[in-house]
Design a protein around this ligand. Structure first.
Ligand code: GLN
Length: 258
């Protein structure tokens, strides 16, 4: 390996690369339009990609569907929606998107995955589904985490709760940062995080809003939002509640402001 040239500027891991500093608008753009000048792709093979297109547009970004490999070119960031991770995995391979997407992630393309999207960004799945030939589902990877699918139980598969979410300081008022109202729909939780992964939010076992859930949370808090460099993932669906700040955080990550 070549030694680095002396004096070359090295930005913090995950904040540099070909996707940093591409935006055409200055960081002082009005918060509501923080995404203007950016082109955000939404993987549109299956799942609630329409809601993410709207959420990305609400930041002022140009939002486009991604179904073919060429549609990955020229993006400032990509969103992988909620849906069914096994179906998205199969379709991504059938559409020959999986390998190019892995390459883009490795090269630093910022990606946000919600729910099934979190599973598809995970390096490991604790309980992968298998196909008819017994082969386990695959992920695009990039995030050094182990997820457990449908982890909050199947009997009552959805719940809602308020979460303290790190990294949303840009939305602070005199009373602090408002909690994120999170909707979980057969969501995964994160069972292991690698050393470079920051935990952004957890569901607390004693949360009274969650106490009525059919499968009580045993013991520990459960990790439901993480970030590692240019990758962001949540177990829940901010795109269905009108919560704009998680998408705004993603935009700020792309801009190198978060
Ligand atoms: N349980 C789904 C899966 O494993 C994820 C659910 C969701 O995205 N709402 O892919």
């Amino acid at each position: 390996m070549q030694p680095s040239p002396i004096g070359r500027h090295t930005a913090p891991a995950g904040r540099a690369g070909p996707y940093a500093g591409k935006m055409t608008n200055p960081p002082s753009a009005a918060p509501a339009r923080v995404g203007s000048g950016l082109k955000i792709g939404v993987l549109a093979l299956q799942g609630d990609f329409r809601e993410h297109l709207r959420a990305a547009e609400a930041t002022g970004a140009q939002a486009v569907t991604v179904r073919r490999p060429a549609e990955l070119d020229g993006l400032d960031g990509l969103i992988i929606p909620g849906g069914e991770s096994t179906t998205i995995d199969k379709l991504a391979r059938a559409f020959e998107l999986a390998d190019p997407l892995r390459k883009y992630i490795a090269e630093g393309l910022p990606v946000y995955g919600s729910c099934a999207g979190m599973i598809l960004l995970a390096s490991d799945i604790a309980d992968p589904a298998t196909d008819l030939s017994g082969a386990p589902q695959q992920t695009f990877g990039g995030l050094d985490i182990t997820v457990r699918r449908n982890a909050f139980g199947r009997q009552r598969e959805s719940f809602e709760t308020d979460l303290d979410f790190k990294g949303l300081d840009f939305s602070a008022t005199e009373s602090g940062v408002a909690p994120v109202h999170a909707v979980f729909i057969r969501g995964p939780w994160v069972e292991r995080v690698g050393p470079d992964v920051e935990v952004l939010a957890q569901v607390e076992p004693a949360d009274p809003d969650h106490a009525s859930h059919a499968v009580p949370l045993p013991g520990a808090a459960r990790i439901v939002a993480v970030r590692s460099g240019h990758l962001l993932a949540t177990s829940f669906h901010p795109e269905v509640t009108g919560e704009k700040r998680v998408h705004e955080l993603f935009i700020r990550m792309i801009r190198g402001e978060a």
